[in-house]
Design a protein around this ligand. Structure first.
Ligand code: HEC
Ligand code: HEC
Length: 392
């Protein structure tokens, strides 16, 4: 373990030099990110849903977005910013909080998800209620339990702060300060959260070799988990059910939703088939993004893996997404696939998960290879007041 940490530090130092030479900026530098993502697509990542903008002012847009992301004065009690619930060193999850905490200590109804590789996502929130990253920010700004503002007050808060005059001018020249521009800048900053420098990535690039235990865990992951948490993003742009409400949802037999459980995707589509289906969270950086699940039900990865053991899960995929993700062939070869084929609702695969005590540990050890310390410790993602960049 200690050795891995040490290598990580060297890598950070090296990349710092390389990046400085490349674009004169940092890790979150837009030109660098755009370049890096083109490389990622060549390396076999899917095409992102959102483009990384290139252009003269992108760095200024990111600087503006970053300032807004960490500005708690733009909340109802002056204490809560996006960064309060999305902390960079926990992959932008909210460590130690099962359910999110917003202004005046109001408790939300869900766990704050980790934020990364957002350009590759087509739906946001656990139920996918929001389709576009630039619109997403409006929800926490206006939510009673998050920042508790009206959009009008948010905008006037920005206009009243002289610091934003120059930040907006640098990013958007003579366009007047407006809400759409503020939302755009926040999204620009969020798009720089690209995590692709884990030990797993180095293994894929043939820079390191996995230990035997990591390889055993990787094989178990491919057998039982990859159909939903598919490589290389360790998610798929779909909503699935991982068994979290088993046992509990029987209470619902009188009628949907009576048990007070979070209905997930069904809240958006109204379809019974979507009851309790959730956005598939990425497994990247999952070592640090606890507590887990939409309701923060688990504290440790071992608990998660144990909870999966013995479960029978139906992977359905929407619009053929499963076959695109390549999950079927991997799962199919394992002998654990008990049935798959066309049903009324499309393609379905059934996976029976069984993991003995040793296998659970192997699987957790594999999950730890998805930690990207360069991403977690990047100075470009922290509150700019902690780490001023040139020109800030
Ligand atoms: C009080 C805590 C809190 C604050 C403040 C907050 N968020 Fe969140 N964030 C959450 C929670 C909880 C969710 C999941 C909401 C849901 O599923 O309904 C979420 C979801 C998201 C998502 C979607 C992630 C995904 O994988 O679908 C993004 C992006 C995001 N937040 C960005 C922001 C931005 C930008 C701000 C500031 C404008 C912000 N958040 C402020 C708690 C918070
Ligand atoms: C049928 C699809 C499916 C399969 C198969 C599956 N998962 Fe999941 N996984 C999900 C969904 C959906 C969630 C979110 C559930 C929730 O929020 O309640 C999730 C959540 C998680 C989380 C929590 C992540 C976070 O940030 O909160 C972890 C860790 C996880 N899964 C690991 C695994 C492992 C390990 C396996 C294999 C043993 C696996 N999953 C198999 C769909 C699946």
């Amino acid at each position: 373990m200690r050795r891995t940490g040490w290598i990580g530090v060297v890598c950070v130092a090296l990349s710092g030099c390389v990046i400085l030479g490349y674009a004169g900026g940092g890790f979150g530098d837009a030109k660098f990110v755009a370049h890096r993502y083109e490389k990622l697509v060549r390396e076999g990542w899917p095409k992102p849903f959102m483009a990384f903008a290139n252009g003269a002012n992108v760095d200024a847009e990111i600087a503006l977005g970053r300032t807004l992301f960490y500005d708690e004065s733009l909340s109802a009690d002056g204490k809560v910013s996006c960064g309060s619930c999305h902390t960079s060193y926990t992959a932008f999850a909210h460590v130690d909080h099962k359910l999110s905490h917003g202004v005046f200590d109001r408790e939300g109804r869900r766990n704050a998800p980790a934020l990364m590789n957002l350009a590759w996502q087509s739906g946001f929130m656990w139920d996918g209620a929001i389709q576009h990253l630039e619109l997403q920010s409006m929800a926490p700004i206006a939510a009673h339990t998050e920042m508790g503002m009206t959009l009008q007050d948010y905008l006037s808060g920005i206009k009243q702060n002289p610091r934003y005059q120059s930040l907006f001018a640098a990013a958007y020249q003579n366009q007047p300060i407006s809400l759409p521009l503020a939302l755009k800048a926040i999204a620009r900053f969020e798009l720089t959260f690209v995590s692709d420098q884990s030990r797993y990535d180095s293994m894929r690039r043939h820079q390191v070799r996995f230990t035997q235990q990591e390889n055993r865990g990787y094989a178990l992951y491919q057998k039982f988990c990859a159909a939903c948490h598919a490589e290389p993003l360790f998610t798929r742009p779909e909503y699935e059910y991982n068994g979290w409400a088993d046992g509990l949802r029987r209470v619902d037999s009188l009628g949907v939703g009576l048990s007070g459980l979070d209905r997930g995707r069904a809240l958006v589509t109204g379809l019974v088939a979507d009851e309790y289906h959730m956005k598939i969270p990425t497994l990247r950086n999952v070592e640090v993004s606890f507590p887990y699940m939409h309701n923060g039900a688990f504290q440790t990865l071992y608990q998660v893996v144990k909870s999966y053991s013995g479960k029978r899960l139906v992977v359905r995929g929407e619009s053929g997404g499963l076959s695109k993700a390549g999950g079927i062939s991997k799962v199919g070869g394992s002998g654990e696939l008990v049935g798959s084929g066309e049903s009324g609702e499309g393609y379905q695969t059934v996976i029976d998960i069984s993991l003995d005590a040793n296998e659970r540990v192997d699987l957790v050890v594999f999950l730890l290879t998805l930690t990207d310390r360069k991403f977690l410790y990047s100075k470009d993602f922290v509150d700019p007041r902690q780490s001023p960049r040139k020109g800030d």
